[in-house]
Design a protein around this ligand. Structure first.
Ligand SMILES: N[C@@H](CCC(=O)N[C@@H](CS)C(=O)NCC(=O)O)C(=O)O
Length: 296
Protein backbone atom coordinates (compact mmCIF):
# COMPACT_ATOMS: atom_id res chain seq x y z
CA UNK A 1 0.00 0.00 0.00
CA UNK A 2 1.30 3.46 -0.88
CA UNK A 3 2.57 5.78 1.85
CA UNK A 4 0.94 8.80 0.17
CA UNK A 5 -2.63 9.74 1.06
CA UNK A 6 -3.86 12.82 -0.76
CA UNK A 7 -6.97 14.48 0.64
CA UNK A 8 -8.43 16.11 -2.46
CA UNK A 9 -11.46 16.47 -4.72
CA UNK A 10 -11.71 16.12 -8.51
CA UNK A 11 -12.39 19.78 -9.42
CA UNK A 12 -9.53 21.17 -7.27
CA UNK A 13 -6.73 22.68 -9.37
CA UNK A 14 -4.11 22.56 -6.61
CA UNK A 15 -4.99 18.87 -6.21
CA UNK A 16 -4.49 18.46 -9.95
CA UNK A 17 -0.98 19.87 -9.50
CA UNK A 18 -0.12 17.07 -7.05
CA UNK A 19 -1.96 14.38 -9.04
CA UNK A 20 0.12 15.37 -12.08
CA UNK A 21 3.33 15.18 -10.01
CA UNK A 22 2.37 11.63 -9.00
CA UNK A 23 1.94 11.02 -12.74
CA UNK A 24 5.35 12.47 -13.60
CA UNK A 25 7.03 10.29 -10.99
CA UNK A 26 4.80 7.26 -11.78
CA UNK A 27 3.98 6.86 -8.08
CA UNK A 28 1.21 4.93 -6.37
CA UNK A 29 -0.99 7.00 -4.04
CA UNK A 30 -4.28 6.83 -2.21
CA UNK A 31 -7.04 9.39 -2.76
CA UNK A 32 -9.43 10.49 -0.04
CA UNK A 33 -12.19 12.58 -1.58
CA UNK A 34 -12.99 15.47 0.74
CA UNK A 35 -15.91 17.94 0.63
CA UNK A 36 -15.60 20.95 -1.68
CA UNK A 37 -16.89 23.29 1.05
CA UNK A 38 -16.81 23.37 4.83
CA UNK A 39 -17.57 21.52 7.03
CA UNK A 40 -14.84 18.92 6.51
CA UNK A 41 -15.31 16.87 9.68
CA UNK A 42 -13.02 14.04 8.64
CA UNK A 43 -10.18 16.36 7.63
CA UNK A 44 -10.14 18.69 10.65
CA UNK A 45 -8.87 16.05 13.15
CA UNK A 46 -5.78 15.75 10.93
CA UNK A 47 -5.23 19.45 10.18
CA UNK A 48 -6.41 21.18 13.36
CA UNK A 49 -8.39 23.72 11.32
CA UNK A 50 -6.40 24.11 8.07
CA UNK A 51 -9.12 23.71 5.43
CA UNK A 52 -7.44 24.20 2.09
CA UNK A 53 -7.22 21.54 -0.55
CA UNK A 54 -5.16 19.41 -0.98
CA UNK A 55 -3.50 17.99 2.13
CA UNK A 56 -0.94 15.19 2.00
CA UNK A 57 -0.93 12.60 4.78
CA UNK A 58 1.89 10.17 5.37
CA UNK A 59 0.98 8.17 8.48
CA UNK A 60 0.73 10.75 11.27
CA UNK A 61 2.57 13.46 9.31
CA UNK A 62 0.37 16.00 7.57
CA UNK A 63 1.76 18.27 4.86
CA UNK A 64 -0.15 21.47 4.11
CA UNK A 65 0.27 23.52 0.92
CA UNK A 66 1.48 22.19 -2.41
CA UNK A 67 4.82 24.05 -2.13
CA UNK A 68 5.73 21.73 0.75
CA UNK A 69 3.80 18.71 -0.55
CA UNK A 70 5.96 18.72 -3.70
CA UNK A 71 9.12 19.01 -1.60
CA UNK A 72 8.11 16.01 0.50
CA UNK A 73 7.28 13.87 -2.55
CA UNK A 74 10.63 14.91 -4.08
CA UNK A 75 12.54 14.08 -0.88
CA UNK A 76 11.11 10.56 -0.83
CA UNK A 77 11.24 9.95 -4.60
CA UNK A 78 13.93 12.19 -6.09
CA UNK A 79 13.83 10.82 -9.66
CA UNK A 80 12.74 12.19 -12.01
CA UNK A 81 13.36 15.47 -10.22
CA UNK A 82 10.89 18.33 -9.85
CA UNK A 83 13.98 20.55 -9.68
CA UNK A 84 16.14 19.30 -12.57
CA UNK A 85 19.72 20.53 -12.62
CA UNK A 86 20.11 23.49 -10.33
CA UNK A 87 16.57 24.84 -10.75
CA UNK A 88 14.99 24.46 -7.31
CA UNK A 89 14.93 28.14 -6.38
CA UNK A 90 13.90 29.26 -9.87
CA UNK A 91 11.16 26.64 -9.98
CA UNK A 92 9.80 27.73 -6.61
CA UNK A 93 9.96 31.43 -7.46
CA UNK A 94 8.21 30.86 -10.79
CA UNK A 95 5.56 28.70 -9.08
CA UNK A 96 4.94 31.50 -6.61
CA UNK A 97 4.69 34.03 -9.45
CA UNK A 98 2.17 32.15 -11.52
CA UNK A 99 0.00 30.93 -8.65
CA UNK A 100 -0.09 34.21 -6.78
CA UNK A 101 -0.70 36.34 -9.88
CA UNK A 102 -2.91 34.10 -11.99
CA UNK A 103 -4.95 31.77 -9.77
CA UNK A 104 -7.22 34.52 -8.34
CA UNK A 105 -7.88 36.14 -11.74
CA UNK A 106 -8.51 32.68 -13.26
CA UNK A 107 -11.09 31.95 -10.53
CA UNK A 108 -12.68 35.37 -11.10
CA UNK A 109 -12.96 34.79 -14.88
CA UNK A 110 -14.39 31.30 -14.31
CA UNK A 111 -16.99 32.36 -11.74
CA UNK A 112 -17.96 35.40 -13.81
CA UNK A 113 -19.02 32.82 -16.41
CA UNK A 114 -20.45 30.03 -14.25
CA UNK A 115 -21.08 31.72 -10.87
CA UNK A 116 -24.81 32.06 -11.45
CA UNK A 117 -25.06 28.28 -11.62
CA UNK A 118 -23.19 27.37 -8.43
CA UNK A 119 -25.13 26.60 -5.22
CA UNK A 120 -25.60 29.35 -2.64
CA UNK A 121 -23.76 27.24 -0.05
CA UNK A 122 -20.67 27.28 -2.32
CA UNK A 123 -20.88 31.06 -2.75
CA UNK A 124 -21.18 31.58 1.02
CA UNK A 125 -18.26 29.23 1.68
CA UNK A 126 -15.96 30.85 -0.85
CA UNK A 127 -16.88 34.33 0.42
CA UNK A 128 -15.73 33.24 3.90
CA UNK A 129 -12.68 31.49 2.41
CA UNK A 130 -11.51 34.53 0.43
CA UNK A 131 -12.73 37.27 2.78
CA UNK A 132 -14.52 38.87 -0.21
CA UNK A 133 -18.06 38.88 -1.61
CA UNK A 134 -18.87 36.06 -3.99
CA UNK A 135 -21.02 38.11 -6.31
CA UNK A 136 -21.21 36.88 -9.93
CA UNK A 137 -22.42 40.36 -11.09
CA UNK A 138 -19.30 42.02 -9.62
CA UNK A 139 -17.15 39.24 -11.07
CA UNK A 140 -18.68 39.82 -14.51
CA UNK A 141 -17.87 43.53 -14.24
CA UNK A 142 -14.26 42.73 -13.26
CA UNK A 143 -13.79 39.92 -15.81
CA UNK A 144 -12.36 42.02 -18.69
CA UNK A 145 -9.64 43.42 -16.42
CA UNK A 146 -8.92 39.94 -15.04
CA UNK A 147 -8.58 38.59 -18.57
CA UNK A 148 -6.10 41.39 -19.35
CA UNK A 149 -4.09 40.44 -16.26
CA UNK A 150 -4.04 36.80 -17.35
CA UNK A 151 -3.02 37.72 -20.91
CA UNK A 152 -0.13 39.83 -19.64
CA UNK A 153 1.23 37.06 -17.44
CA UNK A 154 0.49 34.25 -19.87
CA UNK A 155 2.48 36.13 -22.53
CA UNK A 156 5.54 35.60 -20.30
CA UNK A 157 4.66 31.94 -19.87
CA UNK A 158 4.20 31.47 -23.63
CA UNK A 159 7.52 33.30 -24.17
CA UNK A 160 9.34 30.96 -21.79
CA UNK A 161 8.00 27.99 -23.74
CA UNK A 162 8.79 29.35 -27.19
CA UNK A 163 12.21 27.76 -27.50
CA UNK A 164 12.13 25.01 -24.89
CA UNK A 165 9.82 22.12 -24.11
CA UNK A 166 9.34 23.11 -20.46
CA UNK A 167 9.59 26.39 -18.56
CA UNK A 168 13.15 25.86 -17.34
CA UNK A 169 14.52 23.66 -20.11
CA UNK A 170 14.22 20.15 -21.41
CA UNK A 171 12.61 18.61 -18.32
CA UNK A 172 9.50 19.66 -16.40
CA UNK A 173 10.06 21.33 -13.02
CA UNK A 174 7.72 22.26 -10.17
CA UNK A 175 7.07 25.52 -12.05
CA UNK A 176 5.47 23.67 -14.96
CA UNK A 177 3.09 21.90 -12.58
CA UNK A 178 2.16 25.25 -10.97
CA UNK A 179 1.38 26.81 -14.35
CA UNK A 180 -0.32 23.66 -15.62
CA UNK A 181 -2.95 23.47 -12.89
CA UNK A 182 -3.99 27.13 -13.33
CA UNK A 183 -4.55 26.55 -17.05
CA UNK A 184 -6.21 23.18 -16.39
CA UNK A 185 -8.68 25.06 -14.14
CA UNK A 186 -9.51 27.51 -16.93
CA UNK A 187 -9.83 24.91 -19.69
CA UNK A 188 -11.84 22.49 -17.57
CA UNK A 189 -14.41 25.16 -16.73
CA UNK A 190 -14.46 27.35 -19.83
CA UNK A 191 -13.49 24.96 -22.63
CA UNK A 192 -10.35 24.73 -24.76
CA UNK A 193 -11.23 27.93 -26.69
CA UNK A 194 -10.22 30.02 -23.67
CA UNK A 195 -6.56 29.16 -24.32
CA UNK A 196 -6.44 31.16 -27.56
CA UNK A 197 -8.44 34.03 -26.01
CA UNK A 198 -5.85 34.30 -23.26
CA UNK A 199 -2.85 34.14 -25.59
CA UNK A 200 -1.96 30.53 -24.87
CA UNK A 201 -2.51 28.93 -28.29
CA UNK A 202 1.23 28.43 -28.83
CA UNK A 203 1.59 26.92 -25.35
CA UNK A 204 -0.92 24.13 -25.99
CA UNK A 205 1.67 21.51 -27.04
CA UNK A 206 3.32 22.10 -23.63
CA UNK A 207 -0.08 21.79 -21.93
CA UNK A 208 -0.69 18.47 -23.70
CA UNK A 209 2.77 17.25 -22.65
CA UNK A 210 1.93 18.10 -19.04
CA UNK A 211 -1.48 16.43 -19.22
CA UNK A 212 0.07 13.30 -20.69
CA UNK A 213 1.92 12.63 -17.42
CA UNK A 214 -1.40 11.39 -16.07
CA UNK A 215 -2.01 10.80 -12.38
CA UNK A 216 0.23 7.86 -11.47
CA UNK A 217 -1.26 4.81 -9.81
CA UNK A 218 -4.31 5.98 -7.90
CA UNK A 219 -6.43 3.97 -5.49
CA UNK A 220 -9.34 5.18 -3.35
CA UNK A 221 -9.29 5.34 0.44
CA UNK A 222 -12.15 5.98 2.81
CA UNK A 223 -11.78 9.07 5.04
CA UNK A 224 -12.28 7.01 8.21
CA UNK A 225 -9.56 4.60 7.10
CA UNK A 226 -7.20 7.58 6.69
CA UNK A 227 -7.98 8.69 10.26
CA UNK A 228 -7.29 5.15 11.45
CA UNK A 229 -3.92 5.15 9.66
CA UNK A 230 -2.99 8.38 11.45
CA UNK A 231 -4.18 6.99 14.79
CA UNK A 232 -2.03 3.87 14.44
CA UNK A 233 1.08 5.75 13.28
CA UNK A 234 3.60 7.89 15.11
CA UNK A 235 4.87 11.09 13.51
CA UNK A 236 8.31 10.69 11.92
CA UNK A 237 10.98 11.51 14.52
CA UNK A 238 12.34 15.05 14.46
CA UNK A 239 15.15 16.73 16.28
CA UNK A 240 12.53 18.15 18.62
CA UNK A 241 13.10 21.71 19.59
CA UNK A 242 10.16 22.20 22.08
CA UNK A 243 9.79 25.83 21.13
CA UNK A 244 6.50 26.51 22.90
CA UNK A 245 3.01 27.13 21.67
CA UNK A 246 2.43 28.70 18.28
CA UNK A 247 -0.24 29.51 15.74
CA UNK A 248 0.19 29.13 11.97
CA UNK A 249 -2.14 30.57 9.34
CA UNK A 250 -2.12 31.17 5.59
CA UNK A 251 -1.41 34.76 4.56
CA UNK A 252 -3.89 34.85 1.66
CA UNK A 253 -7.12 32.80 1.59
CA UNK A 254 -8.40 30.18 4.03
CA UNK A 255 -6.72 31.94 6.94
CA UNK A 256 -8.08 29.60 9.62
CA UNK A 257 -5.48 29.49 12.41
CA UNK A 258 -3.91 26.19 13.52
CA UNK A 259 -2.60 25.98 17.07
CA UNK A 260 -0.03 23.55 18.33
CA UNK A 261 3.37 22.99 19.92
CA UNK A 262 6.14 24.29 17.75
CA UNK A 263 8.59 21.40 17.35
CA UNK A 264 10.68 22.35 14.32
CA UNK A 265 11.44 25.59 12.56
CA UNK A 266 13.79 26.77 9.86
CA UNK A 267 13.64 29.28 7.03
CA UNK A 268 11.63 26.93 4.80
CA UNK A 269 9.38 24.93 7.10
CA UNK A 270 7.49 24.98 10.39
CA UNK A 271 6.18 21.91 12.21
CA UNK A 272 3.42 21.94 14.83
CA UNK A 273 2.62 18.99 17.08
CA UNK A 274 -1.05 18.51 17.86
CA UNK A 275 -3.11 15.92 19.57
CA UNK A 276 -6.68 15.07 18.62
CA UNK A 277 -8.98 12.44 20.17
CA UNK A 278 -9.65 10.87 16.75
CA UNK A 279 -6.06 10.62 15.49
CA UNK A 280 -3.79 10.96 18.53
CA UNK A 281 -0.52 12.79 17.98
CA UNK A 282 0.16 14.30 14.55
CA UNK A 283 2.84 16.58 13.12
CA UNK A 284 1.58 19.34 10.83
CA UNK A 285 4.13 20.64 8.33
CA UNK A 286 3.74 24.08 6.71
CA UNK A 287 6.03 26.07 4.44
CA UNK A 288 7.20 29.47 5.75
CA UNK A 289 6.47 31.19 2.42
CA UNK A 290 2.76 31.98 2.35
CA UNK A 291 2.19 31.38 6.07
CA UNK A 292 2.29 33.57 9.16
CA UNK A 293 3.77 32.12 12.34
CA UNK A 294 2.85 33.61 15.71
CA UNK A 295 4.61 32.32 18.79
CA UNK A 296 2.91 32.53 22.16
N1 LIG B 1 -1.30 27.69 -1.48
C1 LIG B 1 -2.20 26.55 -1.42
C2 LIG B 1 -3.49 26.87 -2.21
C3 LIG B 1 -4.55 25.81 -2.05
C4 LIG B 1 -5.94 26.29 -2.46
O1 LIG B 1 -6.23 27.50 -2.50
N2 LIG B 1 -6.81 25.34 -2.77
C5 LIG B 1 -8.19 25.64 -3.09
C6 LIG B 1 -8.77 24.52 -3.96
S1 LIG B 1 -7.81 24.15 -5.37
C7 LIG B 1 -9.01 25.62 -1.83
O2 LIG B 1 -8.50 25.29 -0.78
N3 LIG B 1 -10.30 25.96 -1.93
C8 LIG B 1 -11.18 25.89 -0.80
C9 LIG B 1 -11.45 24.47 -0.36
O3 LIG B 1 -11.14 23.51 -1.08
O4 LIG B 1 -12.00 24.32 0.74
C10 LIG B 1 -1.50 25.32 -1.94
O5 LIG B 1 -0.52 25.46 -2.71
O6 LIG B 1 -1.86 24.20 -1.56
Amino acid sequence: MSEFILHQYPASPYSEKVRAVFGRKALPWQAVTIPVIMPKPELMPLTGGYRKTPVLQIGADIYCDTLLILDEIERRHPAPSLYPGDTEDQAKALSWWIERTCFGPAAAVIFAAVGDRVPQAFKDDRARFSGRDFDPAKMQAAAPAMRDTLRAHFAWLAGMLRNRPFMLGGEPSAADFAAYHVIWFLLRNLGEGIAAELGLAAAMPWYERMKAFGHGERSELDAQAALEIARKADPAPLQDQALGKAVVMADDTGRDPVEGELVALDEARVVLRRSDPQVGLVHLHFPRAGFILRRA
